[in-house]
Design a binder for this molecule. Structure first.
Ligand SMILES: [Zn+2]
Ligand SMILES: [Zn+2]
Length: 111
């Protein structure tokens, strides 16, 4: 176990995607819709049951990240164009969410 992964750069790619460059050289592309759907905040995921309260169908196709704000040394906060603004994405969660084929091939516990 090393220290948690840290992004060196988070950049918007057009209106509907983000590119995250990680310090180990890995690069991940995330669509905004995917990230919005993966929000872990109490409004999106039931704290007790872990059940998702947000469905992909309910997320606009053209959802945009209006504002990306660093939270301490471990996370980012995203203001979404659908008005949702309570989501915090910890770096280790973001890394686990990386949708690239290399990351998807790994079991979550090994990431
Ligand atoms: Zn949320
Ligand atoms: Zn990846």
């Amino acid at each position: 176990m090393g220290r948690p992964h840290t992004p060196t750069e988070i950049a918007k790619v057009g209106d509907t995607a983000l590119r995250i460059q990680w310090e180990d050289g890995h690069e991940g592309y995330y669509t905004t819709r995917y990230l919005r759907g993966c929000c872990q905040c109490a409004a999106c995921v039931d704290e007790w049951t872990g059940e998702k309260r947000v469905s992909m169908e309910g997320i606009p196709l053209d959802i945009r990240a209006m504002k990306i704000v660093p939270v301490g040394q471990y996370a980012i906060h995203i203001d979404w164009s659908d008005g949702h603004s309570t989501g915090i994405y910890a770096f280790d969660v973001l890394r686990k969410l990386c949708p690239c084929s290399r990351c998807l091939a790994l079991p979550l516990s090994a990431v």
